[in-house]
Design a protein around this ligand. Structure first.
Ligand SMILES: [Zn+2]
Length: 326
């Protein structure tokens, strides 16, 4: 139950000093004797002495310390049913326009991933939660690996992938301490995750992304724009004070371009959407009529921004794309 497939073990290194891991009973162990518990076949590769970026990171570490998988809730999800974790988490993972769907989903909202076909390329998602983007990536021909600090979310991601017949690898890990060797990935992706971190933590994540990217590989990261119409409204509501805990941190375009450019490589910014963070056009059938007009308007503006680049300045949700050079 708890032994890892050799090809998975080969993909992993110690998240602290990046040396290879080997399995000893229910633990992965590095030559420096760092130990990481494996729960239900899921390695918990968090750095216990680090401040956790998400409350669920601390909870995952607690389960790893107790080593008691029996205390975890067991879900049986029948064909056509929605995983109970996803049914509840949908408002948190997909944004405020999805609140009405909590407990009421009839199918999984799998977004359209705006990337070229994968043709077997390796794909790492940072902060994958229940795996909607990894599923989209697998369907586009990528080999996805999803990490998240939440063991609950990773367990759900595994159940959903199994239910949908998706091949993906999911682990508990932290974007600031990636448990992968250098140059392991062709594509790195993250959506609605780094916006919740302190800017110094984002810098750590970007440094790690660059390390694990293959030369010529690309990172694509969704971020919120400080001058987005809806983003400005939220900042006014909280009086432009600094964000705390899990609140959204807003970035200027120049800040994004300079930071990604410095830490990964040549960077550019494109529009993900307007008026929210961010409803997907592929999900429009899930949304009530009053939100649909908003999502269509957002998509219209996004398309227009491809020829009228100035529109990027007032978009709420941006994609930053950066390529590693060598
Ligand atoms: Zn180690």
């Amino acid at each position: 139950m708890n032994s890892l497939a050799p090809e998975l073990l080969e993909l992993l290194v110690c998240p602290r000093e990046k040396q290879p891991l080997s399995q000893e009973n229910d633990f992965l162990v590095c030559p420096q004797k760092h130990r990481y518990r494996v729960i239900e076949g899921i390695p918990i590769l968090l750095v216990s002495e680090a401040r956790q970026t998400h409350i669920e990171g601390g909870r995952s570490l607690q389960v790893a310390e107790d080593g008691d998988a029996a205390q975890l809730p067991q879900f049986v999800v029948g064909p056509g049913e929605i995983d109970p974790f996803v049914a509840n988490a949908i408002g948190a993972t997909n944004g405020s326009l999805y609140q009405h769907l909590v407990g009421k989903l009839k199918e999984y909202p799998i977004p359209h991933l705006r990337l070229a076909r994968g043709s077997g390329a390796s794909f790492l998602e940072i902060g994958c939660n229940w795996g909607r983007w990894c599923i989209a990536a697998a369907r586009l021909g990528y080999q996805p690996v999803g990490i998240d600090p939440s063991l609950k979310a990773i367990r759900a991601a595994r159940r959903v992938a199994q239910q949908l017949g998706i091949r993906a690898v999911y682990l508990v890990a932290d974007g600031r301490y990636l448990p992968f060797p250098d140059t392991a990935f062709d594509q790195v992706f993250s959506y609605s995750v780094l916006q919740h971190l302190y800017k110094n933590d984002v810098r750590s994540v970007l440094t790690e992304i660059c390390r694990v990217l293959h030369p010529g590989g690309e990172a694509r990261v969704q971020m919120p724009n400080v001058f987005g119409v809806r983003c400005l409204y939220h900042q006014i509501r909280r009086g432009f004070r600094d964000a705390s805990d899990f609140e959204v941190r807003y970035w200027t375009m120049n800040e994004l371009l300079a930071t990604f450019g410095e830490l990964i490589g040549p960077a550019q910014v494109s529009v993900d959407g307007y008026f929210s963070l961010n409803a997907q056009i592929s999900d429009v059938r899930f949304l009530p009529r009053r939100y649909r007009a908003l999502v269509y308007a957002s998509e219209g503006l996004r398309r227009l921004s491809e020829s009228l680049h100035a529109l990027v300045y007032v978009a709420d949700s941006l994609y930053v794309t950066a390529s590693r050079q060598n």
